[in-house]
Write a protein that binds this ligand. Structure first.
Ligand code: 5GP
Length: 191
């Protein structure tokens, strides 16, 4: 393993803040970064495949993994849906001498930050406003009225945790936010 072995990068943000787009940009540009594929109990959306976007698990399988201490963190992110980072997934990436990049919710991110301290870099991606976030979620077309309301309410709550992160990026303009995030990562990795 190289000296980057046990570092990790956490990108957290309310749903619809653009964190997935920023993460994709980073993954395309830096092959040393590898997306940590979480386990989740929600139903796959159209086009999603098991083992690609998530390891889709039944609730009972997820609970078994909690019992077995297989997760480095897990949360019930939305009512009834569990999401978690498997220890084996981080290890798989470190074993490839790569650096895991995690796209996870705010609470999970804070838990990981408590465990990893300065060996991780936690970045909070902030939407310009709750209104803008709502528009983005609506244009994505993947949410029902109920799940949209759920995500918007949760977003306001999550915004209150922004100061717990190592760094914050305001995503007003995606290209600018990508460049700023890239700079933070380069500094963290000493490039
Ligand atoms: P979605 O259902 O839209 O794919 O994701 C819902 C939320 O769950 C997103 O905010 C995403 O970042 C978060 N999430 C995904 N994987 C994990 C995980 O392993 N742990 C935690 N705590 N949150 C996760």
């Amino acid at each position: 393993m190289n000296n980057q072995a046990h570092k990790l990068i956490i990108i957290a943000a309310p749903s619809g803040s653009g964190k997935t787009s920023i993460t994709k940009y980073l993954l395309n540009k830096y092959p040393i970064l590898s997306l940590s594929i979480s386990a989740a109990t929600r139903k796959p959306r159209e086009g999603e495949q098991n083992g690609v976007q998530y390891h889709f698990l039944s609730e009972s399988d997820f609970r078994k993994k909690i019992e077995a201490d297989d997760f480095v963190e897990w949360e019930m992110v939305y009512q009834g849906s569990y999401y978690g980072t498997l220890k084996s997934e981080l290890q798989r990436i470190w074993d490839l001498s790569k650096i895991p990049i995690l796209d996870i919710d705010v609470k999970g991110a804070i838990h990981l930050q408590q465990q990893f301290g300065d060996t991780c870099l936690s970045i909070f991606i902030e939407p310009p406003s709750i209104e803008e976030l709502k528009n983005r979620l609506m244009s994505r077309g993947t949410e029902t009225a109920e799940s949209l309301a759920n995500r918007v309410n949760k977003a306001s709550y999550e915004m209150s945790f922004r100061n717990h992160f190592h760094k914050t990026i305001l995503n007003k303009d995606l290209a600018v936010a990508c460049a700023e995030t890239e700079k933070l990562i380069k500094d963290f990795l000493g490039w």
